[in-house]
Design a protein around this ligand. Structure first.
Ligand code: 7XF
Length: 400
């Protein structure tokens, strides 16, 4: 590499995740950005405060809309997702509701893919209709059906890829083209993939959101959310959706936890993905398993799309045992190392039963239509030694 190439080369992912937007010299040399544990900020003069409220002067006003820890995180996340600006929130649901309640008004319509996290599904199908917003539930893998379902009234398209809980993969570029043809904004929940595996904005999506509770935080010790997109739209979501519609801001302490998590995201994802692949392969060859869904297995229905769209295949998989849910529950109870818990993306390997846990709020009819079968189990493969994870799965299956 010549000196000039070296100088012009953009910094790599982990370098930005660790350093971007913070200079220790600005805080007494502290290596780690301080936790600004304050609810409000002093104005230098009365006029300065008024100018900040009018948006004529930069600076911090009040902790609900902006805190220095959030600013660092937002700059980092915008860079990692390849967007103009970011906005942190108290949880993934807070990110979703701040975004949707800013972008949608009574009389508008939103189209969602049929397989998404249970409470997101409830938010769209149960909450938004109460405010006069129409909701179309569509299979986004069928772009023809999607095109037929939407119209000029459709202001937003929303989906997850890979989807919770069955890992269905949606073609981001194809859906973005269909949405943009009617002037809709395309919003992708990138929680399962993280910007390490895919960057939806580079594929044509307008806005990306995350439950930072998962891989971004990475240690199962916080709740958080983040939204990334064009600066003007993020400004709008911050000044309405965050400031006075939801008020659900990320706490200063959770800024610290999320920042710490982001520093190791790249190396963690590599381990999550390689271990998940090993577990998926083992399950596929096991006589007690009737079906495994993992985007990295060659017989996964959307294997080619997943290969094209994602850098690695992810840390989650879902599967069914022969004998359905009775054996599924017995298997979960047989586990010794793997923890029975919802959530995902933690250092600990976690197993849960979507039909009675994360997606219990979805009606049995809708679950059946959306590929969330009663026998399905979801595994979030953690960072333990992969041999120990494999051994626990195997002993729990063999003890059935
Ligand atoms: O509000 P949260 O931080 O819990 O995030 C909500 C959320 C948003 N998008 C996706 C793709 C999610 O998976 C979640 C939360 N899911 C957890 C799970 O599936 O285990 C929640 C446990 S009930």
């Amino acid at each position: 590499m010549s000196d000039a190439t070296r100088r012009n080369r953009p910094q790599g992912f982990s370098t930005r995740a660790i350093h971007l937007g913070y200079d220790p010299a600005s805080a007494h040399g502290a290596l780690t950005p301080p936790i600004y544990m304050t609810s409000t900020f002093a104005f230098e003069t009365a006029e300065a405060g008024s100018e900040m409220f009018r948006g004529e002067r930069a600076g911090y006003i009040y902790g609900r809309t902006k805190n220095p820890g959030q600013t660092i995180l937002e700059e980092r996340m915008a860079s990692l997702e390849g967007g103009e600006a970011g906005m942190t929130t108290a949880s993934g649901m807070a990110a979703l509701s701040a975004t949707m309640m800013t972008l949608l008004s009574a009389g508008d319509e939103v189209a969602i893919d049929h397989t998404i996290y249970g409470n997101s599904y409830a938010y769209f199908t149960q909450a938004l209709p109460r405010f006069g917003i129409g909701v179309k539930v569509v299979d986004f893998t069928d772009t023809g059906a999607l095109r037929d379902a939407i119209s000029e009234r459709t202001r937003v398209l929303f989906f997850e890829t890979p989807a919770n809980p069955n890992l269905r993969v949606i073609d981001i570029a194809a859906v973005a083209a269909v949405g943009h043809a009617v002037g809709a904004r395309v919003v992708v929940d990138n929680t399962f993939a993280t910007p390490i595996l895919q960057r939806p904005l580079s594929l044509g999506a307008d806005i990306v959101m995350h439950s930072a509770t998962k891989y971004l935080g990475g240690h199962g010790d916080m709740l958080g959310g983040v939204v990334i997109g064009p600066a003007d739209v993020m400004g709008q979501i911050r000044s309405t959706g965050l400031r006075w519609i939801t008020g659900a801001t990320l706490s200063p302490f959770n800024c610290f936890l999320m920042m710490r998590g982001l520093k190791t995201l790249e190396i963690r994802m590599e381990r999550h993905c390689s271990s998940a692949f090993a577990v998926a392969q083992m399950l596929q060859g096991h006589s007690r398993i009737s079906r495994v869904s993992y985007p990295g297995l060659p017989d996964f229905p959307q294997y080619d799309l997943a290969k094209r769209q994602m850098a690695m295949s992810g840390g989650l998989l879902s599967f069914e045992l022969d004998g359905g849910i009775a054996n599924g529950m017995a298997f979960m109870n047989n586990l010794k190392l793997i923890t029975r818990a919802v959530s995902l993306g933690d250092a600990e390997t976690l197993v849960q039963h979507p039909a009675s846990m994360t997606h219990a709020i979805v009606s049995p009819e809708d679950r059946a239509k959306n590929g969330i079968t009663d026998g399905l189990l979801r595994l979030s493969v953690g960072l333990e030694n992969p041999d120990d994870i494999l051994e626990d799965v195997e002993q729990a299956l063999n003890a059935l």
